[in-house]
Design a protein around this ligand. Sequence first.
Ligand code: SF4
Length: 378
Amino acid sequence: MTDEIALYIHVPFCQSRCHYCSFVSFAGREADIPAYVNALEEELTQRAKGEHLSSIFLGGGTPSLLSVDQLAQILVRIRMLFRVEKAAEISMEANPGTVDEWYLDAVRQLGINRLSLGVQSLDDGILSCLGRSHTAQQARQAVQFARNSGFANLSLDLIYGIPGQSLTGWQNTIKEAVCLGPEHLSLYPLSLEEDVMLSRAIRRGELPAVDLDCTAEQYEVAEDYLASEGYRHYEISNWARDGAECRHNMAYWRCTPYLGVGVAAHSYIGGHRQSNTHDLDAYLRMFQFGELYRPETDEEITPEIQLWEAVVMGLRLNQGIEFADIRDRSGVDLVSRYGQEIDELLYLGLLEIDGQGLRLTRRGRLLGNEVFWRFLPQ
Ligand code: SF4
């Protein structure tokens, strides 16, 4: 049995709060970064068991607010505590407005070999509506800086389904993004919690509501365009050149073990799903005073939940799920257990089937939740 895991490090600091953000992130707390980096080191030290790491992902928040020395401090500790694969994928998220060529060059020298830029749009009006702290020109420059620094694996995040974003405006953004030549693209529909600034502006009538038909059309247009440009659609929201699929995220979709370190990080390890506190001060206190790590939540993954997760996460991948693999992992014959649900989804045109397994159709990718709830544990 292998002890291979993926490692996620959460960096919850941001320059300002974007108008749609409901992630665990804090603006105006940069003074806490040094203590936070020390706390990360302590959590890593307490939780590491010398596992084999195939991928490391520094996500946020805005990891690019960390100095090169702080990133080095984290990565040196990781290399001391784990067996990091020589060819491990080491990703870092960056906000385009926070990087220059010198910084990215130094980051690259640390062994970070994949950069995920939160571009979100290449239209300044849309960026301002989203409350992003960078401009389209800074995003274009960040791509150039990354290439000049030797990053050969570059991913761009884009958002669609934004109030007031026309189909043509979205098409212009994805066409320009493709011209920038990324190896990987993540496209997310805008998702708004009730209490974020954009939701309040919509409720006050200052912005139009999200147009779901336009959002669906934007997704389909992107699917067609990216296919014509040679990007492989490998997961509902992700496209890649051959071989540039995100190895770290594949661990989530394949339900293989991962360790999440930092505020609000989640882990799936040893048959348990654990989450860390969302409270930055509580997190810092836990490690400043030499306490033992304790998760905020700790749930044992029952075979029923394991089955549901394997099906739902596997269906997110365009290759879908294989009956034999599900049977091996959970001991359940999917067709016997969910025959009626599968028939219904085939009839609705949301799933397709062959002798080996199941996958979402194009329509199913648009309406994934319609599929997923049918496999909820009984
Ligand atoms: S950069 Fe990301 S995490 Fe930070 S405020 Fe914006 S959306 Fe939230």
